[in-house]
Design a protein around this ligand. Sequence first.
Ligand code: IDP
Ligand code: MG
Length: 153
Amino acid sequence: MKERTLLLLKPDAVQRGLIGEIVLRFERKGFKIVGLKMLKMTKELAREHYAHLVSKPFYPDLEKFVTENPIIAVAIEGKEAVEVTRTIVGPTNASKAPAGTIRGDFSNSTSRNVIHASDSKETAAKEIPRFFKPHELYDYSMNVEPFLCASDE
Ligand code: IDP
Ligand code: MG
């Protein structure tokens, strides 16, 4: 199986109407979407997902931000998915994120930075089942041939 990783379109992305724009960037790169859903993070889920930040002074604000409104969880599959998605997403501090990255193009905030992407293969292996049950992930082939084959017309 190809490498898989987890993306979360954070509440600011959903509320700003950026779902399609953001998902498009991963499809355009050639990644396959193998799971996709809207949900609201509970405080328990936020504390588990951001366990490495719970002791930080900004954590209460982060928890409020990610739990008050819905998010979109996306599981994607493709070659070097973890590394390539982190490149497409850009660095945590969106003010410093280069133009062309999602954070660079859509945010200038360190906390409201539009999107989460797993930071390693090990993290992805823990984060995908945190947001998707096994039956919510799909194996399928991309059907690109009809668009390349004029004889189908
Ligand atoms: P990442 O999202 O680039 O992997 P992490 O360090 O894992 O960065 O932080 C998770 C999330 O916590 C960030 O995306 C951001 O929303 C929030 N965050 C991280 N550092 C800060 C900070 O210094 N101030 C406010 N929010 C922060
Ligand atoms: Mg992180």
